[in-house]
Design a protein around this ligand. Sequence first.
Ligand code: RAT
Ligand code: ZN
Length: 416
Amino acid sequence: MAIINEADVAAVVARVVEEVQVTDIHTHLYPPGFGDMCLYGLDELLTYHYLVAEFFRHTSMDYHAFFQLPKERQAELVYQTLFIERSPLSEAQQGIVTVLKELGLTVDAGKELPALKEQIKAIPLTEYVDKVFAAAGVKEVVMTNDPLDGTERRWWEKVGNKDPRFKAALRLDPLLNDYEMYFGELNNMGYRVGRYLDNVTLGEIRRYLKEWAKKLAAVYMAVSLPPDFKVPEDSTRAHILEGCVIPVCRELKIPLALMIGVKRRVNPHLDLAGDSLGKADIRSIEYLCRVYPENKFLVTMLSRENQHELAVTARKFRNLMVFGCWWFLNNPEIVREITAMRLDLLGLSFIPQHSDARVLEQLIYKWKHFRRIIAGHLTTRYRELLTKGWPVTEKDIEKDVKELLGNNFWNFVGGR
Ligand code: RAT
Ligand code: ZN
């Protein structure tokens, strides 16, 4: 295949990045077969907790009064405040505008919300899901699945997932972070666990993990953790992690995803929008990767201050795969900075982004915005190679981009 000219690099990279079909390794989406759990449409988009937090910056409205309103009314208030009364400049606001554009919706001069909703409603759901996946350039998404949530569990028991584009991940937050509150739910599900972690209880927790990872066909297990997360430690969380989660992941040969640095409910009145972040201690990741070389760890951290040491730690441990610019880091300037640093330190051996989409159409803007950034960085790097006389072909670029946005994940998980 022909070697690319320096003058053509930007266009070739842009095309390859545009065309690649992404594996989105962490979302909160559900397949259309899961009824109300599958969120889509403008009411859901406008009440995304990222936007709700921004709405409250501009209003003195009582928190409780807002959350009591029907979703449609909440969406109208957010739209009026963040899109009509002022220009939508933030990343989450820009995201809505990108979605409208990419779906080909017509925004009339009055920017009328009902008219926009009508245009979406006109498309049948199954067709709509296909349209969104196509517009986002996404091949498949990994969900966040929690059998300890009764509503979700019933979907798995009664219906199951029939859409192969949606892969499961067994989420462990209640088990690891709130065991005291949830061991009763495990009893309800037939697991003979107690409040204290004796051998019977640990064995039953392992049985729960094994059975549900298999039932879901989970591609990995995952947990979000606070900034003060520490292992080893004499705590319920650390004992369940080392005594149950790690051995079961090893036995099933699936990675454990650690999402570290979230401070839950800093402002509980804000509900999901009330979480914040803090810097975590990298030594716990070093410990896990060193002591459990047969286990695989997918890790993302929420604090900007942790990013450099996390990338350096991945240079030390091949069982550590860094992924994503998570949540408050998913803003263009920060994504640009983190992605450049990871390319410098790790070459192609990381997973640069995930969407964290909760509402279907968010796939469109999260990936559209990220593609622009990764294309910029890759263009600069290939241009440098050509300047130095290193030949680069279109095939080389295609292979690299596929590695970053899909193959790195599947190879780490264990191939398919
Ligand atoms: O990004 C988000 O929507 C957060 O609320 C969290 O869901 C976070 O991504 C998580 O998975 O805990
Ligand atoms: Zn998430």
